[in-house]
Design a binder for this molecule. Structure first.
Ligand SMILES: [Zn+2]
Length: 309
């Protein structure tokens, strides 16, 4: 898992700079890369994704992206846990927005905060009979005081970058206006990427990167996490590319020579090509879903207006 955060530590704290970091400080909030050898070893031992953390970490290192970030060792596994990460952020920020772009519904995080209006959860995911975990229909909007603070975007197989980004931008624009977040936790599972054994969506890292850029232009404190991703080489490609996006770096197409180089054959390039899987998302159904989400979020806008009046 990848943990990159922007200014989770003290705002305005002077940072003894490595070259490169200073420029980012002037621009906005300095990125911090959270990892430790113990943390990588622990993630590597997960049976579903053996060695994945090492592969991601060493590809990020091979592209020299670490030189540009403040490096923060951490032995705390809460940094890998979205719920505990949100609770930690809540100590400093009033309203926290959780955005989950993993292939699966972010049910655990939604459940944890379904009764509160302080944390809004947004999940874009595959929603299909028999597909895990089976929750997250568009009608699932939260409960009690948290009603309208859960947003779910059910998507079908085969979606590609352009349509996915349009959906993501439309939803996030409405969410931002309705909720006015103070901080963001962004989960970027790579199981949506073409070539994943989940065989569902047909995305590339560029499409996910556009969604990431949209969130970063808010210039809020943002904690960025990995997630699913079971084609290990593609997951490492994806999270390395996204780390480049965070740093404003364009990465060369050729995978640099490093410990896991042979995993990237036969082409040894950073880019991922979409497959020819058909897109099962009807434009009309997508529009219905977006209209429904806008209708639910309007309840919040009206509530704020009433309170302000
Ligand atoms: Zn997943």
């Amino acid at each position: 898992h990848l943990g990159v955060s922007r200014a989770l530590a003290e705002h305005g704290e002077p940072r003894a700079g490595r070259p490169g970091v200073a420029a980012l400080m002037a621009a906005a909030l300095p990125p911090v890369y959270v990892h430790s050898p113990e943390y990588v070893a622990l993630c590597d031992s997960l049976c579903k994704v053996p060695k994945r953390a090492s592969m991601v970490h060493s590809l990020i290192e091979a592209y020299s992206l670490l030189d540009q970030m403040k490096d923060e060792a951490s032995g705390f596994c809460y940094l890998n846990d979205a719920v505990l990460g949100i609770l930690r952020l809540r100590q400093k920020f009033d309203r926290v927005l959780y955005i989950d772009l993993d292939l699966h519904h972010g049910d655990g995080v939604e459940d944890a905060f379904s009764f509160t209006s302080k944390v809004m959860t947004v999940s874009l995911h595959k929603f299909s009979p028999g597909f895990f975990p089976g929750t997250g229909d568009v009608t699932d909007v939260g409960l009690g005081k948290g009603r309208y603070y859960s947003v779910n975007v059910p998507i079908q197989d085969g979606i590609q970058d352009e349509k996915y980004y349009q959906i993501c931008e439309t939803v996030l624009k409405e969410v931002y206006a309705a909720f006015n977040p103070d901080a963001v936790v962004l989960q970027l599972g790579a199981d949506t990427i073409a070539g994943d054994p989940m065989c569902s969506f047909n995305m590339t890292p560029e499409g996910v990167g556009k969604c990431l850029k949209y969130v970063l232009q808010w210039q809020l404190a943002t904690l960025i996490l990995g997630g699913g991703g079971y084609n290990l080489a593609n997951t490492a490609r994806c999270w390395t590319y996204l780390t480049g996006v965070i740093l404003g770096r364009t990465l060369s197409s050729e995978i640099p020579d490093h410990e896991f180089f042979t995993e990237y054959g036969p082409d040894y390039v950073l880019e991922i090509t979409p497959s020819c899987r058909p897109d099962r998302n009807e434009p009309q159904r997508i529009q219905e879903i977006l209209n429904s989400i806008k209708g639910e979020l309007d309840h919040l806008v009206q509530a704020f207006t009433r309170r302000g009046a």
